[in-house]
Design a protein around this ligand. Structure first.
Ligand code: SAM
Length: 280
């Protein structure tokens, strides 16, 4: 009997992000590319207060958090589930003497889980019984941040829709009411890719899709920077996921609509869609 091929899991993705070629790729971006114009434009528009408490999920090697510090933000916390990348982010902040940024390791789908070993400065130690109306006594209190970010498609690198929703719920829980959530995705409805997706739908209908994929819309590929898992959502899916996790849609635009990025940014990454939501 043929051996069943394992589907991509969160652990597969974490191992892929801890791989040396991938760590180098994101570390170079943190050192030499920095914040994109589109990111700066949207973040400063929706989170204008430079003393806002910001949480960056999937911070990688610190590209966005460190870039935000250089924009004047002084209350920044970043986390990632890949330990090698967190270490790079911590090194970059230390090299630049940025004491106000805290980086720690955690999984966005479970901020009180086993990976959240290194507690950030704002965490309560020992956990206080007063914290966490929805998650018990965890060190990651409800309503602790004025804004939460999951940039450069990190949310879509979580395999399985329910897991992505779990991350959206966790970020909703730690964000204060009225606070904003900014994230990006690729666009499955991009007209230039429609034919390819129609063929992929036929493959799924015949059961001939890549057996490692979890859902229609997933991609798992390998290039010079290592393995990449990415889910490409359609618009309806994002609206449903926002509504199911307590977020109100505020705004969305593609990166190309928001700004003209430098060649370095365009070489590093394709166009994507920015989404802004608010906690009601
Ligand atoms: C495309 S990279 C972006 C890294 C960084 N934000 C940047 O723009 O350079 C996505 C990041 O999300 C992280 N990530 C993916 N799933 C995660 C999860 N469940 N919890 C925490 N981090 C996650 C990955 O480890 C990776 O660092």
């Amino acid at each position: 009997m043929a051996e069943e091929i394992a589907k991509v899991t969160g652990e597969t993705v974490r191992n892929d992000f801890n791989a040396i070629s991938t760590v180098l790729h994101y570390t170079r971006a943190a050192h030499f590319i920095g914040l994109w114009k589109s990111e700066r434009e949207l973040i400063t528009r929706y989170l204008p207060d430079k003393s806002a408490r910001l949480l960056e999920a999937g911070c990688g090697a610190g590209r966005v958090s460190v870039g935000l510090w250089h924009q004047g933000y002084r209350n920044i916390t970043g986390f990632d589930f890949a330990a090698e990348l967190v270490e790079q982010a911590q090194n970059l902040a230390a090299e630049q003497g940025l004491k106000e940024i805290t980086f720690f390791q955690a999984d966005a789908t479970d901020l009180v889980g086993a990976l959240a070993l290194k507690r950030p400065a704002w965490a309560v130690d020992p956990p206080s019984p007063g914290f966490g109306a929805t998650r018990g006594n965890g060190p990651y209190p409800d309503d602790a941040f004025d804004g939460v970010l999951f940039m450069f498609n990190g949310l879509m690198q979580i395999p399985g829709r329910e897991n992505r929703r779990a991350a959206m719920r966790e970020l909703h829980r730690v964000c204060r009411p009225g606070g904003h959530f900014i994230f990006t995705t690729h666009d499955r409805e991009d007209p230039k890719d429609l034919k390819e997706w129609a063929k992929e739908a036929e493959r799924w209908a015949r059961g001939e899709q890549n057996p490692r994929l979890v859902e229609f819309g997933d991609r798992y590929f390998t290039d010079d920077n290592g393995n990449t898992f990415m889910h490409l959502p359609d618009r309806k899916e994002i609206f449903e996921d926002l509504a199911a996790t307590g977020w109100l849609h505020v705004h969305d635009r593609t990166r190309n609509e928001l700004a003209s990025e430098t060649p370095a940014v365009r070489n590093f990454s394709d166009n994507c869609r920015f989404w802004v939501a608010r906690k009601s």
